[in-house]
Write a protein that binds this ligand. Sequence first.
Ligand SMILES: Cc1cc2nc3c(=O)[nH]c(=O)nc-3n(C[C@H](O)[C@H](O)[C@H](O)COP(=O)(O)OP(=O)(O)OC[C@H]3O[C@@H](n4cnc5c(N)ncnc54)[C@H](O)[C@@H]3O)c2cc1C
Length: 255
Amino acid sequence: VTDLHESSVELASRLNSTAIIARVDEVRRLSDGVSEVSLEVGDAERIAGAPGNDVMVRLGDHDDHQIRRRYSVRSVDRTRGTIAMWIGTAHDGIGARWARGATRGAAVDVIGPRGKIELDSSATWHLFVGDTTALGAFARMIESVGPDASATLVVELDRLSDAHLPSPGGALRPSVVLAERRGRSPGDPRPLLDALNLVRLPEGPGHAYLFGELAAMHAVRAALRDRDLGDDAIDLKAFWRAGVGNQDHGEPPKD
Ligand SMILES: Cc1cc2nc3c(=O)[nH]c(=O)nc-3n(C[C@H](O)[C@H](O)[C@H](O)COP(=O)(O)OP(=O)(O)OC[C@H]3O[C@@H](n4cnc5c(N)ncnc54)[C@H](O)[C@@H]3O)c2cc1C
């Protein structure tokens, strides 16, 4: 890739976003199941958007369809003009293969920022529930939680060595509950539901952010509704779906 694909320019303008040619800056294997890919993107703040946002990477095509995958921005280096993403690599897919094998200097066509879910500034507590794919988004969001609010992170992992956590400055000490999948099939919500049962929801206005496998996230939402959290206090985004690949535009099929 050396030129922006025409479809990326069109898509970005339809989404009111920006399309650029990025260069792979570095690929670091953080653990067996997660790699950090950083991209040189020029105006990093513009492409990265707000904590919770993601970028869309074009990874191939078939027939006339471009294959894109979406990855949340984990961190932004304004000075170097880079963004980093934490990408799950323990399955087989075009995105996982790219994250495992990307080489420094390679060009890739990127659209950003994408995504609508951001921190709820009126909340005094924030609850983040998800899996390995959500670690990057949650880390960046937790690092931007204000001094008067609390944060709780509940994540399901294939193995505990994949537990890459945020490093908030200041006084914030997030509570962290990790659930190890221990061979249960992806999409089985029980490890996350058991972990969530250990969490007491604080008093006052709060907000829950659910990013991860579709069926598991729906089960978590139902559990939070049962605990009297209203729908306006819950944001859910299905990142992938067990047993079926994401669609060419990067989202899992809904039915
Ligand atoms: C808005 C948004 C933000 C996202 N941010 C991130 C992020 O920051 N980091 C990240 O790692 N992912 C993130 N994802 C999820 C990522 O885009 C999907 O996991 C995507 O399916 C990976 O594409 P692939 O080509 O590797 O696999 P696909 O071709 O989509 O799937 C191939 C097979 O692998 C399975 N599979 C897909 N993903 C996983 C997984 N993570 N674990 C186990 N099995 C899987 C599928 O069920 C399928 O059977 C995000 C998704 C969205 C929509």
